[in-house]
Design a protein around this ligand. Structure first.
Ligand code: SAM
Length: 279
């Protein structure tokens, strides 16, 4: 099933959360001169039109935050990056955030299976005239395991499936258990939706997945940090009311930075918004 198209959703509250976690992880890797490898398993198109009239979901996220000046250096840096892309009428997806932060010594692998999203991703990557970005038109779950461990073992992975099928929750947990065996030092970010009553079966599968991921982390003596951002209360929303990013192997600044950043995000999202960070 490949009906999901991210351009309907780019810049929503879930993108804001996941892109902050991704930005923070790469920014931390930049603190040392040593090169790193990044893998984006569900890359999407790379960049999206900033003012696509088909996309009303940006009104739940980036449209509320743009041009704010906050008490969080991470949020201010992320918004400055978004504003740079807005000048070109674009919104940066996870590959573009990685590209903006990487140095010439670093490598980015982007995996995308949808034919039209892959075409757009490849077009974007080619336009950058760099040999640091490698595009893979294949399935994310077998692709990421095949790429692990990379030659340069400092690095990070972002796993951001659409979860169109309930089985994807199991595929994520299976892939993570393989990745951890092959590349135990990777910083690993796994995005997941928080779903209301209409999607009860998926919400249950998602809970099982996050419990299994934490169990995998604990069994491998890895630290973890879970950040959640809710746009509205679960009681008000039948569909996706928020989302989370579970990080395995977070850097030592990760949890405190998220605890400083998410209250600022919530201030702009509106009165029903809430956040949490657990370790
Ligand atoms: N990570 C992107 C960002 O933040 O800009 C958004 C990605 S979007 C949520 C999920 C993407 O995964 C879609 O572009 C979809 O076509 C792609 N996708 C879905 N199933 C896939 C699979 N099994 N393998 C690779 N890509 C897949």
């Amino acid at each position: 099933m490949l009906s999901y198209q991210h351009y309907f959703h780019a810049g929503n509250h879930a993108d804001v959360l996941k892109h902050l976690c991704w930005y923070l992880t790469i920014d931390y890797l930049n603190k040392k001169d040593k090169p790193y490898t990044l893998i984006d398993t569900h890359a999407g198109e790379g960049v999206y039109p900033a003012n696509d009239t088909r996309n009303t979901e940006r009104l739940t996220g980036i449209a509320k935050l743009a041009s704010s000046d906050t008490n969080s250096a991470l949020l201010n840096d992320y918004l400055a990056l978004v504003s740079k892309y807005s000048d070109a009428q674009q919104f940066p997806g996870s590959p573009a955030i990685a590209h903006a932060l990487m140095r010439t010594t670093d490598k980015l692998h982007v995996i995308e299976r949808h034919p039209s999203a892959y075409k757009a991703l490849q077009y974007w990557a080619k336009s950058l005239k760099t040999d640091s970005i490698h595009c893979h038109n294949r399935d994310a779950f077998e692709g990421v395991v095949g790429l692990c461990p990379p030659k340069v073992k400092r690095g990070a992975i972002i796993i951001d499936p659409p979860y169109e099928q309930v089985d994807e929750y199991t595929w994520v947990a299976n892939a993570v258990s393989h990745i951890i065996r092959r590349w135990p030092q990777a910083h690993l970010l796994i995005w997941y939706p928080l779903l209301g009553a209409r999607a009860a079966a998926k919400a249950k599968a998602c809970n099982t997945m996050t419990e299994r991921l934490i169990h995998i982390a604990q069994g491998n003596q890895l630290e973890w940090c879970n950040s959640e951002l809710c746009y509205t209360s679960s009681a008000n929303e039948q569909g996706m009311y928020g989302s989370g990013v579970l990080c395995l192997n977070p850097s030592w600044v990760y949890a405190d930075t998220m605890r400083n950043t998410l209250p600022n995000v919530v201030d702009y999202l509106g009165s029903g918004a809430t956040w949490s960070v657990t370790e």
